[in-house]
Structures are given as structure tokens and as C-alpha cells.
Ligand binder design. Structure first.
Ligand code: ADP
Ligand code: MG
Length: 389
């Protein structure tokens, strides 16, 4: 689960992170009020769950109340499209108004869960402001990586080594220890999966300040982090994912036009690969889970069809815990209840496969059947209306 920049800054501040003073605003008047309290110039920042806001016009240095008001008016209620969002962007419903900081140098600092070493890894660079993905690609040597031993915790020598690696000297080395400790403790104590300070700046007077902050949390740990769970902003999430979760479905919307209804995450991934191999693009990832009732299959059809780009549906079931006859009954019911007109490809295998196929045949519906995964993918790609191809 992701949170907003202002929430991450508030949380990190409690662990000792130096951040600019600022306030949150949901309306232009409120933004002006916050700006007046701080004194000009201020920086006004769109709060969305995505980076790249600066380059997308979501961050602005403002010298007057009029400027703050105009900028707030232009952003609030609109969607901000950045390099990290899809083409639709993310809705802007709140702004962070903060002190403009005199930037001497922009650095990068991130903490991630490194799956290989099963430890928290620190990634730092003298090249702040750039996206880490671009940095890793263009200047891999500019990245410093360091793993934290959970039995020891963050060791003082590690902070010093990183501070020197980032070109710091004197009092900055001690300040950096405070910054890094705040990141590490917030990460560990709040079950985070990512903390990113980009940029961490050295101000004109030589002090360290976190100008941007991003945090993600382990959803499986939210039950024991009610304070973190309360920071959730459903407005930033794909509503289809939530609706799907209510029916026990895992759904992730993608950009293609072949809607997928699959059981098992592994088979879903394999099916998406096969669709691409056959020359098509999946519209979504969807795992209907084990023991899928006909009702759940219908809910899966509804979810997939809520994406207007879908032109074909591919149902691929390898029934172990599931039963092909239940799924087949669900497909037939969905076809009738939802008045489907688009092509539906069905591939059934596993438990009760014969009963399942019988239900499909007896339904008399124009369902396209396939025996193998490869055949199913190829049939779905071929069944697309020519316009979408
Ligand atoms: P994003 O990563 O989404 O583009 P940032 O918070 O990193 O958003 O802001 C983009 C850039 O705007 C920063 O790299 C920094 O140069 C500038 N900036 C952000 N906040 C401030 C601030 N409080 N004072 C001065 N400049 C800022
Ligand atoms: Mg940033």
C-alpha cells in the first residue's frame, strides 16, 4: 500500500527526519492560508501516488497568494499524468504547501526490501532528482548499495561510510546518520517495503532536508499497523481492484484488449505470456482463486468487462480445487446474464473436465473452446474484431 508524500513526511518526521514546514490543502483558499502562515516563497505540490510530478507540472514555486490560488485551482479535481502513471493519470484532491528550500545539491536515498539477501538494502547516490530506474540504467556506477544485518541493525560505521560516499563532511555526516536512522526505523517499525527520499538535499547553508518522501507498506501487515492502514487513500487506487477483492478475485488492470479469467496466479502469468507470444496483449491479470462458484465467475466477467478496451475474453481453468463444471456453469450464466456479444474462448482442464465441456456444449452458446493453453491464446488473438487487431 502506498501513501502520500505529506503522510510519509509526517511519519518520518516522528523518527527524526528533517523536513520542510508545510501544510495540507484541499481547496485553493486553504492553500493560500497555508502559504500565508509559512511566508513566501512556497512550493505547492500535487499529492498523488506517483512520482515524476515535478516534470509533469505538479510542483510549483509560488511567490504570491494569487499564484498559489491559480495553481491550486488548475490542479485540484483534475488528473495528473506523470511518467509513472498510466495515460489516465491520478486524481489530485490535496496539495502540500511547503517552505521553499534553498537547494545546494540533490541526492538520492532509498531503502528497499532486497529479496535476494532477505534484508533491508540501502541505495544511495550523489545524483538526486532523477528516477532511480533511469539512474540504475544510465549511471549504474553512481549507485551505492549496502545491506543491513537485522541482528545488528543499522551500524554507525555504515552511516559514515555512506555519508562519505555521498561526498559529505563535518556536521553533515552526523546529520546523515539521523536521516538514515529515521528511514531505517520507520521502515522496520512500520512494516514498510520501501522508503525513498528523492531528493535528499543539502541546503545552501549545508544542512540536510528531505524534499520528497515516498513510502510503501506490506499489505499483509496492515492488521497490526492501524495507524498506517488509516493513511490509505482509496481515491488513488484502481476501484476495479477493490471491487474484485470483495468477490475473492485478484485483479490488476493492464493496457491490452484480451480479457483474462484464470484460476491460479501462476497460470494467469503463463496465459498472459502465451497471449503475447501469439501476438496479442492481455487487458488484465485476474485470478478467480480456488473453489470458484458460478457467482464468482460471473463477478469475474463483470470485472473484466468494466474495462472498455476488452474485445475478447479468455477463460483458462486448470481445475484442482476448482471444478470445471462449476466454472462452466458460471461462464454460461455470465454469457446469458450479461448479454455478451463479444467472443469468449474457454479452455478447461482438470477436475470434472468432461462435465464442464458437456455444460458448454449443451448451452448451445457460441463459445470457442480450446484444449491447450497455446491453442486458447492463439484462438483468443484470432477472435479479436479486426478493428482492435
Ligand atoms: P517528484 O519526484 O514527484 O517529481 P519532488 O517532490 O521530488 O516530486 O519534487 C520535484 C522537484 O521539485 C525536486 O527535485 C526539487 O527540485 C523541487 N522541490 C520539491 N519540493 C521543494 C521544496 N520544498 N523547495 C524547493 N524545491 C522543491
Ligand atoms: Mg521526487
Amino acid at each position: 500500500m502506498d501513501i502520500h508524500e505529506h503522510q510519509a513526511k509526517d511519519l518520518l518526521k516522528r523518527f527524526g527526519m528533517p523536513v520542510p514546514d508545510g501544510g495540507i490543502a484541499f481547496a485553493p483558499e486553504q492553500a493560500m492560508h497555508e502559504a500565508r502562515k509559512l511566508g513566501f516563497p512556497v512550493v505547492v505540490k500535487a499529492q498523488v501516488h506517483a512520482g515524476g510530478r515535478g516534470a509533469a507540472g505538479g510542483v510549483k514555486l509560488c511567490q504570491s497568494e494569487a499564484e498559489v490560488s491559480a495553481f491550486a485551482l488548475s490542479l485540484l479535481g483534475r488528473n495528473l499524468v506523470t511518467k509513472q502513471t498510466d495515460a489516465g493519470g491520478k486524481p489530485v484532491h490535496r496539495l502540500l504547501v511547503e517552505q521553499a528550500t534553498d537547494i545546494g545539491k540533490e541526492l538520492y536515498l532509498g531503502l528497499v526490501l532486497d529479496r535476494k539477501s532477505e534484508r533491508i538494502m540501502i541505495v544511495a547516490s550523489r545524483e538526486g532528482g532523477m528516477e532511480i530506474e533511469d539512474l540504475a540504467e544510465e549511471q549504474p556506477d553512481a549507485l551505492i548499495r549496502m545491506v543491513i544485518d537485522p541482528a545488528v541493525g543499522l551500524a554507525p560505521f555504515q552511516s559514515r561510510e555512506l555519508a562519505f560516499g555521498l561526498g559529505m563532511a563535518g556536521a553533515q555526516v552526523a546529520q546523515f546518520a539521523t536521516v538514515l536512522r529515521a528511514c531505517y526505523r520507520a521502515f522496520r517499525d512500520q512494516d514498510a517495503t520501501m522508503v525513498e527520499i528523492n531528493p535528499l538535499v543539502i541546503t545552501g547553508s549545508g544542512d540536510l532536508v528531505a524534499l520528497d518522501a515516498k513510502m510503501s507498506f506490506d499489505t499483509n501487515a496492515l492488521f497490526r499497523r492501524p495507524e498506517v492502514a488509516a493513511l490509505r487513500d482509496p481515491g488513488q487506487e484502481d476501484p476495479r481492484e477493490d471491487a474484485a477483492a470483495e468477490h475473492g478475485l485478484s485483479y490488476v488492470g493492464l493496457e491490452g484488449d484480451i480479457g483474462c479469467i484464470i484460476n491460479g496466479a501462476g497460470l494467469a502469468m503463463a496465459t498472459m505470456d502465451m497471449i503475447q507470444l501469439a501476438g496479442g496483449q492481455p487487458a488484465n491479470f485476474l485470478d478467480i482463486g480456488g473453489g470458484a462458484s458460478a457467482e464468482r465467475v460471473v463477478a469475474a466477467f463483470r470485472t473484466v468487462l468494466s474495462d472498455p478496451n476488452v474485445s475478447v475474453i479468455l477463460v483458462n481453468i486448470f481445475a484442482g480445487i476448482n471444478r470445471c463444471d462449476w466454472v462452466a456453469a458460471g461462464v454460461v450464466q455470465a454469457y446469458r446474464d450479461l448479454n455478451l456479444t463479444l467472443p469468449v474462448v474457454v479452455r478447461l482442464a482438470g477436475t470434472n473436465v468432461e462435465e464442464g465441456r458437456q455444460i458448454i456444449i449443451e448451452s448451445g452458446l457460441p463459445l470457442l473452446s480450446a484444449d491447450t493453453l497455446a491453442e486458447a491464446a492463439a484462438t483468443a488473438v484470432a477472435a479479436r474484431p479486426r478493428m482492435a487487431a
